[in-house]
Design a protein. Structure first.
Length: 517
């Protein structure tokens, strides 16, 4: 944005002090979107008239009537209902009448705290998969390199914050969908404890794992937004590095040996741990044998529940859905009920064991990992869903909160990210650590400066360009998959069948057990 404020928290102070008006901020944000959004694909829809009206009303309020987010322009992921327009979830098959003319409670809380909603941001269709080039929706582009993926599914939030189109947003997270865009775009994102933020008025993907949460420039920004979303104030108004002293930070070092963790990421992570150690934290090894079990459970639960939520509409309008989404959702139709129930039970037991280990004398207060094993990939080098080490998804079936924050950059300037995980309802601890870390570092203050004249490559078409799906599938497997999908009311094409077959290998082991990644 065209203002000299580095963070949402500083902008809030400027509004309170009268240094700037809400109308000025909103006007600048809308102008920046006019300039950059054709390149970055941040917004599905913008509400300029409504936002300017809200800004004028905010400026007219007396100081005593102003909330903690007074006059701040924010964005909302397009799976939340807003009064200004429908929640499309970036799908041509969306239902325009769903929550028509209403705000989701989470959006209403932001407005009640004084926020101004600029518009609805792009996302993966129904919060799962990748953009389909056959659709007319904007393509989300990473502001550090528009030929690269932003991370999903809160795609527009990550790109918009990193490029300064807005400094705060609300999104959702089912398998990393807040933390991954924060990681790949160089911003901060918090997945709160499951159930902490109300999910009514948000289109579901996997109801037992979906959470809503804030994204911002800094951990302090996320704390400000979380307080508004929950009505539970975060009391600290200034950084407090002493909060890290004596904190036990557990590191599952074995994960760093995975081949997909790049050397840049390893080095940045080690430096981040050194910084936490300098702040007074105790860094100790903490193996994570639950990793594969929880990662597999996340995938099985997400796919089964996604089909449960969206299967009827898929059967009625298969071709209207994007290829990435419909193929992933179709996997849910192949999962027997006993496997879904087994995954739920497995996640409960693994979470219980993990809690016992975290709470003992050799336990830890916080677990630290990279948020993602590498920087953002070019769209043309994207791997098949399930084919890359996912360091975020395993925390969704636990219900634990997790914070992603910038920890460095590659030699070409692409962001790298640190992930901190705590027990349920330990948001304050995570945010305190994040504030302390960001007091000692400046990675979160880097801003992308994309060239609005840049013309990135078109998205690869999965049926035309170098497809990641092997072919042909064995005829027996093809017939089995086709029969199962037909029995579920779905009508896949041969290309759909080949893709679904390939992804069953990535998500499920031959024995029918959850795969690690």
């Amino acid at each position: 944005m065209g203002q000299p404020f580095a963070t949402l928290s500083e902008m809030a102070h400027a509004l309170r002090s009268g240094t700037v008006s809400s109308k000025e901020l909103v006007t600048a944000a809308l102008a920046d979107a006019d300039r950059l959004d054709p390149l970055l694909g941040v917004y599905v829809s913008r509400f300029p008239e409504a936002a300017l009206d809200a800004a004028r009303r905010a400026d007219a309020l007396p100081a005593a009537a102003r909330g903690p987010l007074h006059g701040l322009p924010l964005a909302v992921k397009d799976n939340f209902a807003t009064v200004e327009g429908p929640a499309t979830a970036q799908s041509p098959a969306h239902e325009p009448a769903w929550w028509h003319g209403e705000d989701a409670p989470a959006v209403g809380r932001l407005r009640a705290a004084g926020a101004v909603v600029l518009g609805k941001t792009t996302m993966a269709e129904y919060a799962m998969g990748r953009p389909d080039p056959a659709h007319a929706f904007p393509v989300p582009r990473n502001p550090w390199d528009p030929d690269r993926w932003t991370g999903g599914s809160s795609t527009g939030n990550g790109a918009g914050i990193a490029s300064g189109l807005f400094l705060g947003a609300i999104g959702t997270d089912t398998s990393g969908s807040l933390r991954l865009p924060a990681a790949l775009c160089g911003t901060t994102g918090l997945k709160p404890t499951y159930g902490l933020v109300e999910m009514d008025g948000c289109i579901p993907l996997s109801p037992s794992q979906d959470v809503a949460g804030p994204m911002g420039v800094s951990a302090q920004d996320c704390a400000l937004l979380l307080a508004a979303l929950t009505g539970r104030p975060y009391p600290r108004s200034a950084p407090a590095p002493e909060d890290v002293r004596g904190l036990r930070v557990g590191v599952p070092y074995e994960l760093l040996d995975e081949l997909s963790v790049t050397e840049d990421c390893r080095s940045a992570f080690v430096r981040a741990l050194d910084q936490l150690r300098e702040l007074g934290a105790e860094i100790r090894e903490f193996p994570l044998p639950e990793f594969s079990e929880l990662s597999g459970a996340n995938g099985v639960i997400m796919l089964a529940e996604a089909f449960g939520e969206h299967g009827t509409r898929l059967a009625e309008r298969w071709e209207a859905h994007g290829r990435a989404f419909r193929r992933l959702a179709a996997l849910g139709a192949l999962l027997p009920a006993h496997l879904y129930l087994s995954a739920r039970r497995s996640a409960e037991l693994a979470t219980a064991r993990l809690l016992i280990r975290m709470s003992g004398a050799e336990g830890v207060d916080v677990i630290a990992t990279p948020t993602w094993p590498a920087a953002a990939r070019p769209y043309h080098e994207e791997v098949m869903p399930g084919g890359e080490l996912n360091l975020t998804g395993l925390w969704n079936p636990t219900g634990f909160p997790a914070l992603a924050l910038p920890m460095g950059a590659t030699s070409t300037g692409l962001p790298l990210s640190l992930q901190l995980i705590g027990r349920a309802h330990s948001e304050r601890t995570l945010l305190d650590v994040g504030v302390a870390y960001q007091t000692a570092t400046t990675w979160h203050l880097r801003r992308a400066d994309p060239d609005p004249e840049r013309r990135p490559l078109p998205l690869p078409d999965p049926e035309r360009d170098s497809t990641p799906f092997p072919s042909p599938a064995p005829s027996g497997d093809t017939d089995r998959i086709r029969s199962a999908l037909t029995a579920a009311g779905l009508d896949p094409s041969p290309a759909d069948l080949a893709a679904v077959h390939a992804m069953t290998t990535a998500f499920l082991q031959p024995a029918g057990q959850p795969a690690a990644r």
